[in-house]
Design a protein around this ligand. Structure first.
Ligand code: CUA
Length: 363
């Protein structure tokens, strides 16, 4: 007897006899739904109790947190329902020891299939529309926006303020309650610009400028985190954003400009940011501090050797190590970790300034 004959014979017999285990159960489906509803309520209550995100600090945070709660309320019952049916069926309808027979043949259930396709379809469509409305709302252009250009590189962030004519800031300062448009670039690989308190995250993609808007609405100091694995120094690629009153922001901007002006050689009044950066600025803005320790610059990273304790070295050695880092790899460290394009990325003057600074910073 072939499988086909057997199925035909079964069909000829009419509907298969009821499974005695299901027959013994008064309302197995009602019971499963009952357990599922109770488990869903408990699951939703638990997930809503958890603080998924840190204290909010931007106007978008409330909307994103609500969206997240709605997603939890929709997805937890689906997960719990599927798991309840699966676990209940495995426990309740498992084969008796020694029972090697096949289960009764099932020919599908059209009504059930329509239900389990339609309900998720409606849920997913509704959530997509809600998510789109929220995103559109958050990304809407604001009045009085300030543009901040964010540049990621292994392993540091730098910030330019075109409207303030300020370039290469190592820390991010923002006036409270003023909308900001971030324009995010990278000099090398993928990074991701993330401020958890702002609920803001955007990838920095080579060759692209990604944009993201945010309005910080709480003063304080929050971490700027790189959220994309970008190399050995990835976990150290953290800086701070300071959200301050507008007056303090202007004071900080003038302070930064003065510092930049002070290090310029014979800089005339208001040279428009043309001042040559100092050795220390080059050290931080080019990401050296993301990997190396250097007491003079307050850098403490340990991916590469301590540059304040190079021993007896001369300018030529330091220059070669910057331009061709694989030429002489310190014992205990790996080759090919340090970017090898500083020979082209830095101008000759910048290289000279950096070499001089490193020589002077030996302990
Ligand atoms: Cu940059 Cu991770």
């Amino acid at each position: 007897m072939t499988e086909r004959d057997r199925v035909q014979a079964d069909e000829a017999k009419g509907p298969p006899e009821e499974d005695p285990r299901i027959a013994g159960e008064k309302h197995p489906v009602a019971r499963m739904i009952g357990i599922g509803v109770v488990a869903s309520l408990i699951g939703v209550a638990i997930t809503l109790q958890i603080d998924w995100f840190p204290e909010p600090a931007s106007t978008a945070a409330g909307k994103i947190d609500t969206l997240y709660d709605v997603l939890l309320i929709c997805s937890v019952p689906v997960f719990v329902l599927v798991m309840t049916i699966a676990i209940y069926s495995v426990v309740r309808f498992r084969a008796k020891p020694g029972d090697m027979g096949d289960g009764p043949p099932i020919h599908g259930n059209t009504r059930l299939e329509i239900i389990w396709v339609t309900i998720p379809f409606i849920m997913v469509t509704a959530l997509a529309i809600y998510g789109w409305i929220t995103l559109d709302d958050i990304e809407a252009k604001q009045q009085n926006e300030m543009v901040v250009a964010v540049t990621g590189q292994q392993f540091t962030w730098t910030f330019d303020y075109p409207s303030e004519r300020l370039k290469g800031a190592k820390e991010l300062y923002l006036p409270v309650d003023r909308p900001v448009e971030f324009r995010i670039h990278t000099k090398d690989v993928l990074h991701s610009f993330w401020v958890p308190q702002f609920r803001l995250k955007s990838d920095a993609v080579p060759g692209l400028t990604t944009k993201i808007r945010v309005t910080p609405d709480r003063e304080g100091q929050f971490e700027v985190v790189c959220a994309e694995l970008c190399g050995l120094g990835h976990s150290a690629m953290r800086q701070f954003v300071h959200v301050v009153p507008a007056g303090d922001f202007q004071k900080w901007v003038s302070g930064q400009k003065q510092a930049a002006g002070g290090s310029a050689t014979g800089g005339g009044g208001g040279g428009g940011g043309a001042a040559a950066p100092s050795g220390e600025e080059l050290f931080t803005s080019n990401g050296c501090s993301g990997c190396h320790t250097l007491a003079a610059a307050g850098a403490t990273a340990k991916v590469g050797p301590d540059l304040g304790k190079l021993g007896k070295v001369d300018a030529a050695f330091i220059r070669k190590s910057i331009v061709d880092p694989n030429a002489d790899v310190t014992k205990g460290y790996e080759p090919n970790i340090m970017p090898q394009d500083f020979g082209t990325k830095l101008s000759k003057e910048e290289r000279d300034a950096l070499v001089k600074y490193l020589l002077e910073s030996q302990q």
